[in-house]
Design a protein. Structure first.
Length: 365
C-alpha cells in the first residue's frame, strides 16, 4: 500500500513500540523517527544535543538545573528560544522539528508528544501501544538481562516519566483511549499482529472521508450524500441508499454483466439501488429498466445516468414485490440484486418462472 499518513506511536515501556514503529515504517516504505527526532531538533535549533537527551520525554521543573544548564545550552544559533525556561526551549525546538519532518512527507514518529504537535495535520494518525505488566516485565528482563524485580522498577519509572511529560506539555492524558485514534494491546496481538492492525487501520482511514452526518433522516453535518467512482463511472449516493462498497465484488459483477449482455438486449434490473449495475448494463444493451423502492436511490439513479451520459435507462419507483406483476414490457435479461433478507415469495416465483421459460443460466445474476 502507498501510505499518505503521518503515524505517531505512543507506547508503554516494554510494549515493543520501537520495534513496531520500525517494522511498520519498513513495510510501508517510509521513514521512522525515534531518537532521530532529538538529533534533528538539536541540529535545527542549535541547542546542545545532551540537553535533548537529558529532557527526553520527561519534564524538568528544577529552577536551579535550568539556571546552571542554560549558560551553555545555546550555540548562538537559536536566539528565538532565549527568553524562556530551558525545558520549554527544548520542548519547543523538538515540537518545531516534529512539524518540519511531518511537512516532508509520510513517516512514523515514536513518542515525544508527536500526536499533540501534529494535531492540526489532517493526515496524522495517532496510535497507542500497551501490554500487560507481566509481558512487559519478561520483555525488558530478557532484552536487558535484568531480574524481573529490576525490570518492573524500570518500567514503572519510565512510564511515569513518559506520562508526566505527555500530560505536562499536551492537553490530553497519556495512555487514555480518548487521546488517540487507536489503542492496541501488543501483548495479545504480538509485534507482527500489531503492525498489521495499524496498516489495516491506516488503509481504512485513508480511504474514508467524512462528508456528512445524518441522524433520524436529518442532516446535522455536511451533506447527506457522497460521490464514488467505480469501474470508470461516477455515482452519487445518498446515505439512505444501497451501494456496494466491496470493490472486489463490484468489479466481478461489472465484468459478469459486460461479458454476458448482448447489444440488442432489453434488461430488467430489480432492486437497482442508485443504478450501479443498471448503468453498467446500459453500456452493453439496447435498453435497461431499473426498479427500486427508495425514492432517493431512484433520484440518485437518474442523476447518475446523466453524470455518465447514459440515455438508455429508465428508473421506476416501487416495491418490487408489489409491482413486479404489473410489468407490461418484454425483456430478455434479468439482473437481481436483492436485499440481505433475500427475495420474497412473490418475486422468487417471478424469477423462477422467468428461468424456466427459456432463459439461459448465465442471464440470471
Amino acid at each position: 500500500m502507498t501510505c499518505k499518513s503521518i503515524i505517531t506511536i505512543g507506547r508503554q515501556y516494554g510494549s515493543g513500540g520501537h520495534e513496531i514503529g520500525q517494522k511498520l515504517a519498513k513495510e510501508l516504505g517510509i521513514k521512522c523517527y525515534d531518537k532521530e527526532l532529538l538529533d534533528r531538533a538539536a541540529k535545527e535549533s542549535g541547542i546542545c544535543q545532551e540537553l535533548f537527551e537529558h529532557h527526553d520525554e520527561r519534564p524538568t521543573n528544577s529552577f536551579l538545573y535550568s539556571l546552571v544548564m542554560d549558560t551553555y545550552s545555546m550555540n548562538g544559533a537559536a536566539s528565538g528560544y532565549t527568553e524562556m525556561p530551558l525545558n520549554y526551549k527544548v520542548f519547543l525546538a523538538q515540537f518545531n522539528a516534529i512539524k518540519q519532518i511531518a511537512k516532508e512527507g509520510p513517516c512514523v514518529m515514536i513518542g515525544r508528544c508527536a500526536d499533540y504537535a501534529l494535531a492540526d495535520f489532517d493526515n496524522c494518525i495517532s496510535i497507542f501501544v500497551h501490554a500487560d505488566m507481566d509481558k512487559r516485565i519478561k520483555r525488558i528482563a530478557s532484552k536487558y538481562a535484568l531480574t524481573e524485580a529490576k525490570a518492573r522498577d524500570q518500567i514503572l519509572k519510565t512510564d511515569k516519566k513518559r506520562a508526566s511529560y505527555y500530560n505536562y506539555y499536551s492537553d490530553k492524558k497519556w495512555g487514555d483511549g480518548s487521546s488517540y485514534n487507536m489503542c492496541i494491546d501488543s501483548g495479545v496481538c504480538g509485534i507482527d499482529g500489531t503492525v498489521q492492525l495499524i496498516k489495516d487501520f491506516v488503509a481504512l482511514k485513508e480511504k474514508i472521508k467524512l462528508v456528512g452526518i445524518v441522524y433520524n433522516n436529518i442532516t446535522i453535518y455536511g451533506e447527506n450524500f457522497f460521490y464514488e467512482r467505480v469501474g470508470g463511472k461516477l455515482f452519487k449516493v445518498s446515505f439512505d441508499s444501497f451501494f456496494q462498497v466491496n470493490e472486489c465484488i463490484t468489479s466481478e459483477l461489472f465484468d459478469l454483466i459486460k461479458n454476458n449482455i448482448d447489444n440488442d438486449s432489453i434488461v430488467l434490473d430489480l432492486y437497482s439501488g442508485v443504478g450501479t449495475l443498471g448503468i453498467i448494463a446500459a453500456s452493453k444493451s439496447k435498453e435497461v429498466y431499473s426498479m427500486e423502492i427508495i425514492k432517493n436511490a431512484v433520484l440518485n439513479g437518474i442523476t447518475n445516468a446523466k453524470l455518465n451520459r447514459v440515455n438508455n435507462i429508465k428508473f421506476m419507483l416501487g416495491d418490487v414485490s408489489k409491482t413486479i406483476d404489473k410489468i407490461n414490457f418484454d425483456f430478455d435479461t434479468l439482473i437481481v440484486d436483492p436485499p440481505r433478507k433475500g427475495l420474497d415469495k412473490k418475486t422468487k416465483e417471478f424469477v423462477d418462472n422467468y428461468y424456466h421459460n427459456g432463459m439461459d443460466p448465465h442471464e440470471l445474476y
